[in-house]
Design a protein around this ligand. Structure first.
Ligand code: BEZ
Length: 211
């Protein structure tokens, strides 16, 4: 059965562009982003890995370790990283998993045979410090991912892990949030002292509590 939100992200050992890793040990207490690329030396993937490298500070601030994957080997990854650094004006220093035997791709259901029998689609998993899958997004090979959206969802996940809130459509860090329905309206002032609005009994908003 395929992986679902809330499942433990399967552990694996892999060879990567920065050496051999045990996935869970590598993540340690951090959050993780594991994302697949159809192949090395391809144009969309080149821009995605460059963009990821350029967001290093953003991922670090959120305590997120990033790991990319493609089904090519380490030598190919290392040559491609040189190209990415040159063309995207950045420095890729996160691991790219060399999944030549497709062990990880199969564990994470990254090959969708009706799209391609051999290449992974653009899967992306956000994994929490508890090693559970928090987010799964799948893009086709022809569409590069939106990394602002990846950071936005991580902000939401990290906020909702610590407070009894949810985030509305198109929410961005710093904007009002929704009080969880598990909190009675009478209990909101004690829990959210910045105030709240009751738009409907089931729709109560409050300023972002950690800002
Ligand atoms: C790309 O990264 O450009 C790409 C890879 C596989 C299929 C289509 C595009």
């Amino acid at each position: 059965m395929s992986l679902r939100i809330g499942d433990i992200a399967p552990n694996f050992k892999a060879t990567t562009s920065i050496g051999d890793i045990d996935f869970h040990d590598y993540l340690g207490d951090s959050w993780g982003v594991l994302f697949s690329h159809p192949a090395d030396y391809t144009p969309v993937c080149t821009t995605e890995l460059g963009r990821t490298a350029s967001l290093k500070k953003e991922f670090n601030q959120r305590n997120v370790k990033v790991l990319a994957l493609s089904v090519d080997g380490v030598e190919s990854h290392l040559g491609w990283i040189n190209d990415i650094n040159e063309t995207q004006n950045t420095e890729v220093d996160f691991p790219i998993i060399a999944d030549e035997d497709k062990t990880v791709a199969n564990l994470y259901d990254m090959i969708h045979p009706n799209a391609s029998e051999t290449l992974t689609v653009r899967s992306l998993f956000v994994i929490g410090p508890d090693k559970k899958v928090k987010l799964m997004i799948t893009y086709p090979a022809s569409t590069g991912r939106n990394f602002d959206e990846v950071l936005r969802v991580i902000d939401s996940l990290q906020l909702t892990a610590n407070y009894s809130v949810a985030t509305p459509a198109d929410w961005k860090d710093g904007e009002d949030v929704i009080v969880a329905n598990s909190i009675k309206t009478a209990d909101i002032p004690a829990k959210f002292p910045k105030g709240f609005k009751e738009i409907k009994p089931y729709l109560r908003t409050t300023p972002q509590p950690n800002k």
